[in-house]
Ligand binder design. Structure first.
Ligand code: AMP
Ligand code: GLY
Length: 438
């Protein structure tokens, strides 16, 4: 089997690392990949957005399966285009990818299917949106409709902040067309978690639960980032909650897309808030999460390539996902200043020492090779991932490995997993089994 992974972050490194363990894999390519992915795949210098270039490459090399990491190629219709050319690509079509590409589409579908989510209104006029905010009061959430690189959501704890967000989105148009419509949504209080499923359009298999840490500073303070760490499982997602999410969220979505004549094939990610009133869906993504993937794939016992082939071929009902009974933690190592201004080109030391423990993986995000040295090339640089029996062992191993790394102006959060660690847990090995199937 020849497989191409599209993307260049820590998520794609974790995917490539897992795929490289498959006995069925003959050749793995990554476009454009990064310095870490280069250890397990052949890098192809084609950008993720260059659909024509990728298509030409896949045909020339007779690639058997394409997997898309980031959302942009999916919302731009890469799956429709590749399928039309007879290639096997696993992911949602442009129509189905609207679930992530348009918050209005997602919220409207949730309302239609009675999927529990925050109360909301959609606006195309800044004035009307501001009137609504004034009527509802604070706290309130303002979201641009389209993709905005994770910056399109403002959780406003003051009226001026909410009004400013509407002004920036709709009058100043800082997000361009993405902000032509905004969703104004009830502010939900609770604990967030990520529930990711894989579907062939009919069968849905849930992955183990996980939790991201979106804010830059400890204690979940400061601006949102692309994720500063993650852990799996997330104790807040109990087996009962998992079952509820499968039945009330994933199955109705799969059914609806089938009935619309656009079966949803791919990964579906529900960002949820567990509130005192029950579970609410905050958002959908149509891909694997980053950094959630980095803590999920080390726990997956199955051959990922087999799972992807079954899902792409409509045979997911034959697959049972199995998870190692251990906890997994990811600490994101970033450049100081991220998510705003930061420097790059800093020499990175200690990666091979950090990896000496077999329970540790170091996935690369913003790295590159320069003059024979590994150097920083982005805001999020490395993902240190560790597994252990229970959250404390996983945390201790992971932070021990983090201590071995160094580059100038390196920054990471020291409290990853603090929510899981504060939940009283049964002894390792006695956890309820994770939900396996539809
Ligand atoms: P989204 O892109 O919709 O996931 O929003 C990004 C982040 O904003 C989420 O991970 C939450 O932390 C926060 N958020 C989004 N919607 C709400 C909401 N209705 N109430 C509270 N926080 C929210
Ligand atoms: N971890 C959040 C995301 O992948 O969107």
């Amino acid at each position: 089997m020849k497989v191409l992974v599209i993307g260049s972050g820590g998520r794609e490194h974790a995917i490539a690392w897992k795929l490289s363990q498959s006995p069925r894999l003959e050749k793995l390519y990554a476009a454009p990949g990064n310095a870490g992915i280069a250890e397990v795949a052949q890098l192809v210098d084609i950008a993720a957005k260059d659909q024509a270039g990728l298509l030409k490459f896949c045909k020339k090399e007779s690639v058997d399966l394409v997997l898309v990491g980031p959302e942009a190629p999916l919302t731009e219709g890469i799956v429709d285009r590749f399928e039309k050319e007879g290639l096997t690509i696993f992911g949602p079509t442009k129509f189905a990818a609207q679930l992530e590409g348009s918050k209005v589409f997602a919220k409207t579908m949730m309302k239609k299917l009675s999927i529990p989510t925050g109360e909301f209104e959609v606006f195309t006029s800044a004035e009307k949106a501001m009137d609504y905010v004034a009527k509802k009061g604070i706290p309130i959430v303002v979201k641009v409709d389209g993709l905005a690189g994770g910056k399109g959501v403002v959780v406003a704890h003051s009226l001026p902040k909410a009004m400013e967000a509407i002004h920036l989105d709709m009058v100043k148009k800082v997000f361009g067309k993405a902000g032509e419509k905004v969703v104004v949504e009830e502010c939900l209080e609770g604990e967030e978690a990520s529930v990711i499923g894989i579907t062939d359009g009919t069968t849905v298999r849930l992955f183990a639960s996980s939790q991201d840490h979106k804010r830059i500073f400890e204690g979940d303070h400061g601006p949102n980032t692309g994720g500063m760490g993650a852990y799996s499982p997330a104790p807040v997602v109990t087996p009962e909650i998992e079952k509820e999410i499968l039945e009330k969220v994933f199955m109705p979505i799969a059914r609806e897309f089938r009935e619309l004549g656009h079966p949803f094939k791919g990964f579906l990610y529900a960002g949820i808030m567990v509130t005192p009133q029950g579970v609410r869906v905050l958002e959908f993504n149509v891909r694997l999460g980053d950094p959630e993937t980095q803590v999920l794939l080390p726990r997956l016992k199955n051959d990922l390539l087999e799972v992807l082939l079954a899902a792409a071929g409509g045979r997911l009902s034959e697959v049972k996902l199995e998870w190692k009974d251990e906890d997994c933690v990811c600490v994101v190592i970033a450049s100081q200043g991220y998510p705003e201004e930061y420097e790059t080109g800093k020499k990175i030391a200690g990666v091979s020492t950090a990896r000496e423990n077999p329970d540790i993986q170091v996935f690369h995000a913003g790295t590159k090779q320069k003059d024979g040295h590994l150097v920083t090339a982005g805001g999020r640089v490395l993902n240190v991932v560790g597994s252990g029996r229970g959250i404390f062992e996983a945390l201790s191993k992971t932070y021990h490995a983090v201590d071995k790394l160094f580059f100038d102006k390196m920054y990471y959060r020291k409290d990853i997993g603090y929510k899981a660690a504060s939940v009283s847990r049964r002894a390792p090995g006695t956890r309820a089994p994770e939900h396996q199937s539809t």
